[in-house]
Design a protein around this ligand. Structure first.
Ligand SMILES: [Zn+2]
Length: 350
């Protein structure tokens, strides 16, 4: 057990810090990412032109609606842009951010450390694997134990030879229906959590039954559900009673798609809720007694959501959403719980 060393600390890319140093935290963002795994190539010739063009004012309207279908939009490769965007968040009062980029979608420990130094932001780096389409070619042959060892190593020793350590296990990607290898990665995450005391961050398949299926699988491994975050809850569960079931399991419900204001969801058949609908659900869940289970973020993973490209930026929740939550009757203390206390609780190693 190595948990003794990290126990009671939050592990950032610049080393462990005390939980009280964390402050306002977004628990799911991507400062750097290669998200081309979701590229959806249009069939029509004219749209292929749009798909392969660099993002510009001329095509931004099309890209905002068809954001999976422009390759340039799906890459956040520029560190200077990341620093500028992250600095906006810091100026708005942000202190910490989980970079949920996992293996296969461009996880970049050294760049994250440079961004953290340049901005003063506490950056917590992810571990494990995203959805099956991004897995390495030999994933079929890898065992749960091997995958768990790899996660433990990233947390205790660091990624490759960088010495930079992960502070959260995820985002682990799951599809619907679940693939065997994705299930293996989730089980490995549960085992690695017990060895390290790290929190789990899980991207569920797009189906209302997915979160409870993941929780059931995690329970078999002995994972701590109270230290598990279910991502993208607003595009996963549309039946509010099911929200209560998932929150009642003791996990965190992460409303991490703030800033998406187009109901057209390129991963149809479901619609993307608006910020107003997210806030309605959050206010309702608070009324049901679940304020300590809610986390907020933007899950920025494309250019069109950055301020530089006409998007809302990492400061949207702090600048725009917090005042609107207050207008809906959410108290200052409840906002503090969701933005500071809940991230602190879940990110602190057991
Ligand atoms: Zn994400």
């Amino acid at each position: 057990m190595v948990s003794s060393k990290l126990s009671g600390k939050v592990q950032t890319v610049l080393g462990p810090i005390g939980p009280d140093d964390l402050g306002v935290t977004m628990t799911h963002e991507h400062l750097m990412i290669d998200f081309r795994c979701v590229f959806l190539e249009p069939q029509e010739a004219s749209k292929k032109g749009l798909a392969y063009a660099p993002i510009s004012m001329e095509n931004l309207g099309w890209i905002r609606y068809n954001w999976r279908s422009n390759l340039d939009n799906l890459t956040l490769f520029d560190e200077e842009t990341a620093i500028t965007e992250a600095s906006r968040y810091v100026r708005a009062g942000g202190r910490a951010m989980v970079d949920a980029t996992s293996i296969g979608i461009g996880r970049d420990p050294v760049a994250l450390a440079r961004i953290a130094r340049a901005t003063g932001l506490h950056v917590v780096m992810g571990a494990s694997y995203y959805v099956g389409s991004t897995h390495p070619p030999d994933m079929d042959q890898r065992t749960v134990e091997q995958l768990a060892d790899e996660v433990v190593r990233d947390i205790t020793e660091g990624v490759d030879d960088t010495g930079i350590r992960s502070g959260i296990i995820g985002e682990i990607g799951c599809s619907w229906p679940w693939t065997d290898n994705e299930r293996k990665a989730v089980r490995a995450g549960g085992i690695a959590q017990q060895h390290t005391g790290a929190p789990l961050l899980i991207h569920p398949g797009r189906h209302e039954a997915a979160p409870m299926e993941i929780i059931a699988e995690l329970r078999k491994t002995g994972a701590d559900i109270s230290r598990t975050i279910i991502c993208h809850i607003e595009r996963t569960i549309y039946d509010w009673n099911k929200l209560v079931e998932v929150a009642g399991a003791g996990c965190y419900l992460e409303y991490d798609l703030f800033g998406h204001e187009s109901s057209h969801y390129p991963f149809a058949p479901t619609d993307m809720p608006s910020d107003a609908q997210r806030m309605d659900q959050i206010a309702w869940l608070i009324g049901q007694g679940f304020v300590e289970n809610i986390l907020l973020a933007h899950d920025v993973c494309t250019k069109h959501r950055l301020a530089r490209y006409g998007g809302h930026g990492f400061d949207h929740i702090l600048n725009n959403i917090v005042p609107r939550l207050r207008q809906r009757g959410v108290t200052e203390e409840q906002v503090h719980t969701m933005l500071v206390e809940n991230p602190k609780r879940v990110l602190t190693f057991k």
